[in-house]
Design a protein around this ligand. Sequence first.
Ligand code: FO1
Length: 313
Amino acid sequence: MALNQNIVVIVGGVGGAKLALGLQMILPPEQLTVIVNTGDDFWHYGLRICPDIDTVLYTLSGRVDPVNGWGLAEDSRTVLQALTAYGEDTWFGLGDKDLATHLLRTQMLRDGHSLTEVIAHLAKVQAIQSAILPMTDEEVPTIVETAEYGELAFQEYFVKYRWQPTVTKLRYQNMEQASLNPTIISALHNADMILFGPSNPWLSIEPILSVPGLRDAILARDVPRVAVTPIVGGQAIKGPAAKLMAELGYDEVSAQSVAEHYGAIINGFVYDTSDAAFHIAGLHTARMDTIMKNNTDKARLAQQMLAWIKEWN
Ligand code: FO1
């Protein structure tokens, strides 16, 4: 087992956080770095909310709501109910304890700390020992162009409209001005392998790869660069990945199409045992049980991936 290897895993929200937890369960904490999408971050009632980051923090600290996969377990909604009583359309489900995270983050940002510093603090106070890195410190909101409503902010598309509008285009606002954090550069430089979680390749991974310099920093590393499919049997494990692929013009909604989309950024791809085998020239592929229902599944998938990567590395 590759226990003396530095591993960077690149993730969005729920699915990626599960793989990160599996890796955390089998690795010494200093060997794991998680780079997280911030394209779905937004301002809401004056608070800075970072859903994917918080999903990773809550998952790795064992505090995540096991039903939703986001938010905190056993949280209440008193504040949200009070806002509803004021006549507000409370479409974004903020829990009371979850609000403490947003309050502290917003205050620290206002005090002049970078998002990277704030997340390091939030990880530390939740006893997470691995490095959790936002993809950039700048605000780079994902904008979803839809057939029905025109441009929507990401959380409007995802939560308010439950990802039902037809997506015509995605763009990552302000991205050309985003800077690559030195901690990310050094994590990638020191990585013995780079993994991509079973996150949405367009909504979660693409924003990360769009941070200027980040894609090239990954491509520069001659190490295993392995993605896990978010598509099993033509369906998304969770969320809009399959629907989005069809809307973006993919003829076939399949794991193979995802592997082809990743192209040269990966040299290895893991897809599900329930899918038929396929071959892409120059790409190492493996079929594994990719569905992570419980912690045993998460550790097993992480372990299997590392063992398989070691075989061809
Ligand atoms: N997802 C929902 O589907 N509905 C919600 O009301 C909701 C609230 C929410 C609050 C805090 C948080 O950290 C995440 C939350 N999410 C909610 C999940 C999140 O918006 C999405 O899963 C991600 O942005 C997509 O990766």
